[in-house]
Design a protein around this ligand. Structure first.
Ligand code: PEP
Length: 250
């Protein structure tokens, strides 16, 4: 039985004080039950302090990106060991905003995934189609290519440390959510693909999150689908009460 995982991607929001108060609100509203895992992904500038606050709680820490080299002349970039040194356990890679605004392609994302895993970070690997691609009925092809290229050279053992986040781009930050049926259809396709490319056991155990305008009002129905194992939440994770309500749905 897969455990649900709810992750909050704070994106470029929350300065240090705001981050501390958001995570404090989350911690104080979380129950003690262990039914789902909770990850927060604040901006780099807040990671260290957020880590100090989540110590001894069930909340885990993730970063929103990283580079695939360990150190050197890469102005503005951050390495996996830097993230680990401030308590990160997870890193989001391949987010559509990284792909579309910052031009990251599958090859770069693959290098980042390999480096993150080699460094002992767990990866939330984002994939998803644009509206035009959905309208062309090529969603499955797009998602398949992203998975095959992004996970090129990844071993079965590595797969234990990967979460896949299916995030249709047309649903991110737009208020439009994929219907639970639309999301389930793609999630099931992804699980079959993982089964064919790795093994049935890996496919049965991998967590596949849905992301794209998840909010308290739609979380429960999305999360009730058999292949939707959690959510990657953007806008609705910026307030403790709405994030907590999504966690409660899980
Ligand atoms: C995201 O960016 O990962 C996301 C799902 O954002 P939102 O929830 O705001 O659509």
């Amino acid at each position: 039985m897969r455990k649900k995982v709810i992750a909050g991607n704070w994106k470029m929001n929350k300065d240090l004080n705001e981050s501390q108060s958001l995570v404090s609100g989350i911690i104080s509203g979380l129950g003690n039950d262990d039914k789902c895992d909770v990850i927060v992904c604040p901006p780099y500038t807040s990671l260290n302090e957020v880590h100090a606050l989540i110590k001894n709680t069930k909340v885990k820490l993730g970063a929103q990106n990283m580079f695939y080299e360990e150190s050197g002349a890469y102005t503005g970039e951050i390495s996996p060991s830097m993230l680990k040194s401030v308590g990160c356990e997870y890193v989001i890679l391949g987010h559509s905003e990284r792909r579309n605004i910052f031009g990251e392609g599958d090859e770069m994302i693959n290098k980042k995934i390999k480096k993150a895993l080699e460094s002992g970070l767990k990866v939330i690997f984002c994939i998803g189609e644009s509206l035009a691609q959905r309208e062309e009925s090529i969603t499955n092809d797009v998602v398949k290519n992203q998975i095959v290229n992004g996970l090129n050279g990844i071993t079965s053992d590595d797969m234990k440390n990967i979460i896949i986040a299916y995030e249709p781009i047309w649903a991110i930050g737009t208020g439009k959510t994929a219907t639970p049926e639309q999301a389930q259809e793609v999630h099931s396709f992804i699980r079959n693909l993982i089964s064919n490319n790795f093994s049935n056991e890996i496919a049965e155990n991998i967590v596949i999150q849905y992301g794209g305008s998840v909010k308290p009002e739609n979380a429960a129905t999305l999360l009730s689908k058999p292949d939707i194992d959690g959510a990657l939440v953007g806008g609705a994770c910026l307030k403790a009460d709405s994030f907590l309500s999504i966690v409660a749905s899980a």
